[in-house]
Design a protein around this ligand. Structure first.
Ligand SMILES: [Zn+2]
Length: 229
């Protein structure tokens, strides 16, 4: 191996550049390490919120939406990986996606967008829980960007939500959300239920219901892609 003499200043510049790159890609690298290279369908699972942003909170238990989202996202990851899908998570723990000392929502969402774009997924599934001032409102609902390919996936997910989770059927709807609009890839935002409804909250905080929600989303996804994996 040849030894190359480099001026000290050049070394400092190169090292700074490497450090900057490592910092920028640290989050993405952690995420990619958790994927499994089977199948040819890639799904990004985006657990909503995290870090200082807990999302909405349960009306009786105060449980943070961010924790429920993460739990559902992890169950979904397992179902999809077991089904042979490649999975990329925007976050795999309770920390903010953007990292750093001070939480910045805009930066957090930008990092999520970068993870989606790097993954070039067949589908993005963002996992959230809802809240509404009227406590009787409940049920899981799927959202998509208007005039997007995400619509047909959202309609399928909604059918499964209505069949498995909802007492009263809800309709998939257009949602003007950053994660749905930030990339050209088909995207569905799942509001898995209302934490402002104590009955639904008490279901959503249990591992068994979180697993059920995840399996419902998985079944919907698999009904579209299943034959291709
Ligand atoms: Zn949310």
């Amino acid at each position: 191996m040849a030894f190359v003499t480099i001026r000290k200043r050049t070394v400092v510049i190169v090292l700074s550049a490497v450090l900057a790159l490592v910092t920028v890609f640290a989050t993405a690298a952690t995420v990619i390490a958790s994927t499994r290279a089977t199948g040819n369908i890639t799904i990004v699972i985006d657990a909503g919120h995290g870090g200082a942003d807990g999302g909405v909170t349960g009306i009786t238990t105060g449980t943070k939406e961010s924790d429920i989202n993460l739990s559902i996202a992890k169950y979904l990851m397992k179902y999809l990986q077991d089904g042979g899908y490649n999975v990329v998570m925007t976050r795999s723990d309770s920390a903010a996606v953007c990292g750093g000392i001070k939480y910045n929502k805009r930066e957090d969402m930008r990092v999520r967008r970068d993870i989606v774009k790097a993954a070039k997924p067949d589908l993005v599934i963002s996992v959230h829980c809802n809240a509404y001032p009227v406590s009787s409102v409940k049920g899981a609902q799927a959202f998509f960007a208007g005039n997007s390919e995400g619509e047909r996936y959202a309609l399928t997910v909604q059918n499964y939500f209505n069949d498995v989770l909802n007492d009263k059927p809800r309709k998939a709807a257009v949602g003007d959300y950053y994660i749905l609009n930030c990339s050209e890839y088909p995207s569905v935002l799942c509001e898995c239920g209302f934490l402002s409804n104590s009955k639904e909250e008490n279901l959503l905080i249990t591992a068994s219901y979180q697993e059920k929600v995840a399996y419902t989303i998985y079944s919907a996804v698999n009904s579209v892609f299943g034959e291709k994996t």
